[in-house]
Design a protein around this ligand. Structure first.
Ligand code: NAI
Length: 342
């Protein structure tokens, strides 16, 4: 599982470290919204990780059966289930990584922002509990609109006096996974080799794949850049429409989120070369939050990779400017929501 998540270039750097370190299964991971379309396959994938000692599955309903089912897999982690707000604190105590896919998904015709009214409150209340029970944990926000829910989480953590911007991540890994897949298909490359940084945010035009920074180095015509960029930006909608009312991306999202969890655990475990894209508090642009590649370590984000934004093509530079007003508005909407009086 672990090998399949990591591009080859990254793996080669890590191999020497991985070989000498015994694979102790010592980390606790909580999934909030574990009975949902993303939560279930994500729980299964995380159950396969050798680095996890305990998997805490939380939802407002239907999580007992999911936990019973997954607990029969003969991998090291112990699986525990927690139902409803009264069990949330116990779910979170002592946890190293909290993953939040709780909330409603899109239906055809909806934008991610249409989910704001419901998901903003869900994320706010869950992050309050995280602040109270495991303030040191890495927090992975999957619930949409990520461009607003991450700023909400930051404000909640600030209000509770426990905000560490190095440990709060909006999960944009699916944009990278999609970009890697579509570019490899288009250019007949081996998937394992391809790595495309995706920056900006996680909705429509705010998703900006930097195709000029693709590894291995590959050239694209203007038409290919336009076609790939638009497909990557609309890939979520492609799935929403294909599912025709039955939800949004769940399986590929679970795969992407499991990769991000695995990267976080490797970082916590001391691996020195862990790089992922994520939507984070940022000084890379004038916007307070921005998705970019980061280097992850034991204490969270160790460095933001600013080089990706240097030497952009004209197309990318224009797209970067074009996304800023929408991303700014989504961030401000989240901040305003978190700070409004109850
Ligand atoms: P789903 O409806 O299948 O599952 C959501 C789960 O959250 C349900 O089990 C529900 O009971 C639970 N839930 C609702 N309120 C809760 C609360 N207060 N506490 C704990 N659990 C609660 O939805 P699905 O498909 O799993 O999507 C979840 C979220 O992930 C959506 O907001 C969706 O837009 C987002 N998403 C994000 C992506 C990304 O790239 N970041 C990609 C795809 C989806």
């Amino acid at each position: 599982l672990r090998d399949s998540f990591v591009p080859r270039a990254v793996k080669q750097n890590q191999r020497s470290i991985c070989c000498v370190r015994p694979q102790a299964s010592s980390y606790k991971v909580a999934i909030l919204g574990a009975a949902g379309g993303i939560g279930q396959p994500l729980s299964l994938l995380i159950k396969m990780s050798p680095l996890v000692s305990a998997l805490h599955l939380y939802d407002i309903a239907n999580v007992k059966g999911v936990a019973a089912d997954i607990s029969h897999c003969n991998t090291p982690s112990q699986v525990l289930d927690f139902t409803g707000a009264s069990e949330l604190a116990n779910c979170l105590k002592g946890v190293d990584v909290v993953v939040i896919p709780a909330g409603v998904p899109r239906k055809p015709g909806m934008t991610r922002d249409d989910l704001f009214n419901i998901n903003a409150s869900i994320v706010k209340s869950l992050v309050e509990a995280v602040a109270d029970n495991c303030p040191e944990a890495f927090i992975h926000i999957i619930s949409n609109p990520v461009n607003s829910t991450v700023p909400i989480a930051a404000e909640v953590l600030k209000q509770k006096g426990v905000y560490d911007p190095k440990k709060l991540f909006g999960v944009t890994t699916l944009d990278v996974v999609r970009a890697n897949t579509f570019v490899a298909q288009k250019k007949n490359l081996k998937l394992i080799d391809v790595d495309v940084p995706v920056v900006g945010g996680h909705a429509g035009i705010t998703i900006l794949p930097l195709l000029s920074k693709t590894k291995p180095s590959v050239s694209f015509t203007n038409e290919e850049v336009e076609e790939l960029t638009v497909r990557i930006q609309n890939a979520g909608t492609e799935v929403v429409e294909a599912k025709a009312g039955a939800g949004s991306a769940t399986l590929s999202m679970a795969y992407a989120a499991a990769r991000f969890v695995e990267s976080s655990l490797r970082a916590l475990d001391g691996d020195a070369d862990v790089y992922e894209c994520a939507f984070i508090q940022s000084e890379l642009t004038e916007l307070p939050f921005f998705a970019s590649r980061v280097k992850m370590g034991k204490k969270g984000i160790e460095a933001v990779i600013s080089a990706d934004l240097q030497g952009l093509t004209e197309y990318e530079a224009k797209a970067l400017e074009a996304l800023k007003p929408e991303l700014k508005a989504s961030i401000e909407k989240g901040v305003a929501f978190a700070n409004k009086q109850p």
